[in-house]
Design a protein around this ligand. Structure first.
Ligand SMILES: Nc1ncnc2c1ncn2[C@@H]1O[C@H](COP(=O)(O)OP(=O)(O)OP(=O)(O)O)[C@@H](O)[C@H]1O
Length: 292
């Protein structure tokens, strides 16, 4: 089951604060989306209307053509996992998994228990006694095993250590192969997670900035590496986002496609051309030098 998502001129206000401003975009069902934005950009606010936690202040959100707010049919099919506070939660891991299985129609309990084992989660421990990273792994377990057509993971991985995050990324890709659905991963861990995204949405200060597939986005820039002096001779007139130097070797990140002629010239000068990273682009787009 694939559910398309549509935001149409959505604004979300908290009193005087306008957290989301007039955002419109569409997510086709069945892909892994990265929702990128700096702290306070409006990611959680935007996602919370998808998950029926609140209504937009204006505009409409549709999931599978229907508004999700207080819509039991849609709410069953949207899982929203975030940094949930379990400090008062006495249910043990196994019991908590069974509880969720009761209200998520596509939940796979066997898969949840297998994930819990992979994450080394103690099944007979109350949630409130799990470490922060284990609570994150529990959230990810619920998110994956729910197999919801729309699964939102809002920075749930922050408490996890690197090996645990690796298990999560691998499981996400493998389970998406078996049961394609829409994942929205909100993060600012861009460099670590970029390979997971099929499409990227960037928001900044409550506004929609861009949506594009990962390949096209990263092909909009180029890294130029070689002897420092040659790089310096080549880059004037180009929009340089970032420069790094190690000994006599310099690498410049340039935004904007180079003409074939420029590429030949660079190679003739002994420079190496490579792709730009999503992280470089993200920093550039949401950096303060934008003056926004
Ligand atoms: N309940 C609330 N009451 C008032 N303002 C709020 C509330 N929730 C969020 N905001 C404000 O709305 C803006 C967007 O916050 P939001 O949590 O949606 O951003 P975010 O992109 O998820 O940030 P982060 O990456 O830091 O979690 C911020 O200015 C925040 O202070």
């Amino acid at each position: 089951m694939n559910l398309d998502i549509e935001f149409d001129r959505v604004s979300i206000r908290y009193g005087d604060v306008e957290a989301v401003k007039d955002m419109s975009f569409r997510l086709d069902g069945g892909k892994i989306y990265g929702l990128l934005g700096r702290n306070g950009a409006g990611k959680t606010s935007l996602l919370s209307v998808l998950a029926s936690f609140r209504e937009p202040s204006s505009g409409t959100v549709k999931v599978g053509g229907e508004q999700p707010f207080e819509n039991a049919k849609i709410m069953r099919e949207v899982s929203f996992l975030y940094d949930i506070d379990y400090k008062d939660e006495s249910d043990k891991v196994k019991a908590a998994i069974e509880t969720v299985a009761g209200y998520r129609p596509r939940f796979d309990t066997e898969y949840a228990l297998r994930l819990a084992r992979n994450f080394n989660l103690p099944l007979d421990k109350p949630l409130k006694e799990l470490s922060k990273g284990m609570q994150s792994a529990f959230n990810v377990t619920i998110g994956l095993a729910s197999r919801s057509p729309v699964t939102i993971l809002d920075e749930v991985y922050l408490g996890m250590d690197a090996p645990t995050r690796e298990i999560f990324y691998r499981e996400l890709l493998e389970d998406q192969e078996r049961h394609p659905r829409t994942f929205i991963l909100s993060t600012h861990l861009v460099s670590e997670m970029d390979y997971l995204f099929e499409e990227v949405i960037i928001i900044h200060k409550g506004r929609f900035v861009l949506q594009d597939d990962y390949e096209s986005l990263t092909s909009r820039g180029v890294s130029i590496t070689g002897p420092a002096q040659k790089v310096d001779e080549f880059t004037p007139g180009l929009k340089v986002l970032n420069v790094q130097q190690l000994g006599s070797t310099k690498s410049a990140i340039v935004y904007g496609e180079l003409s074939e002629e420029s590429k030949h010239a660079a190679r003739r000068a002994g420079l190496e051309l490579g792709p730009i990273s999503l992280q470089d682009l993200f920093i550039h787009i949401t950096g303060e030098e934008q003056g926004t």
